[in-house]
Ligand binder design. Structure first.
Ligand SMILES: [Fe+2]
Ligand SMILES: [Fe+2]
Length: 198
């Protein structure tokens, strides 16, 4: 397995065995991921409401939302192509817990977005490694899509961090990110594995 470096220095590495557990129910995995992509687009647009006075931030967030919507549409198409049905949103206890720990301020919202993107990126990479022999998701176009998602979400993690640094300064962001990386590591390790990216 080639080494992987997440876009943020996550402090709890996901065991490789996680991917096998996530792939146990690929219909549920893709359904959950479709809902995640939809929520990622909404997050970007919601943050644009708060950074709308900055042209650079508005442009970046609109492109980011556009990419998430494209991911959402393509995951939905995949579910349909496999003959599956989009399952109801079961919620995301991991993201819910991070938001529960956060202040309502913009800095925390940007850093949570960055961290969730980074964790998604790590897990998409693990899925890509494990999916090669999978009877349905192992098809070449899906492996390519997973790789594209992984790279794109890495870019989003960097984008959210840089937006935070532009607004709050590097020192403030580094200090708060340090706190968040510990909270994220605690949170991800308490989540039971399921057919979902997190
Ligand atoms: Fe995405
Ligand atoms: Fe993303």
């Amino acid at each position: 397995m080639t080494p992987f470096t997440p876009p943020l220095a996550l402090r709890a590495e996901t065991p490789a065995a996680w991917a096998e557990a996530a792939l146990a129910d690929p219909e549920a995995l893709l359904s959950d991921h479709a809902h995640c992509e939809k929520k990622a687009a909404l997050t970007a647009m919601n943050l644009a409401r708060h950074l709308g006075d900055q042209a650079h931030a508005s442009g970046l967030l609109s492109r980011l939302a556009d990419e998430e919507l494209d991911h959402y549409r393509r995951v939905l198409e995949g579910i349909q192509d496999f003959g599956w049905t989009l399952q109801p949103d079961r919620g995301n206890p991991y993201a819910h817990e991070l938001h529960r720990l956060a202040s309502k301020g913009l800095l925390d919202q940007l850093l949570i977005a960055a961290i969730i993107e980074a964790r998604s990126c790590e897990r998409l990479w693990l899925l890509e490694q494990a999916t090669a022999g999978h009877p349905t998701l192992g098809a070449a176009p899906w492996l390519a899509f997973l790789l594209e998602l992984e790279r794109c979400e890495a870019g989003h993690a960097h984008a959210y961090r840089s937006l935070a640094e532009e607004r709050f300064g590097r020192a403030v962001v580094q200090q708060r990110l340090d706190w968040w990386l510990d909270r994220e590591a605690e949170t991800i390790q308490t989540q039971p594995w399921r057919s979902a990216v997190h």
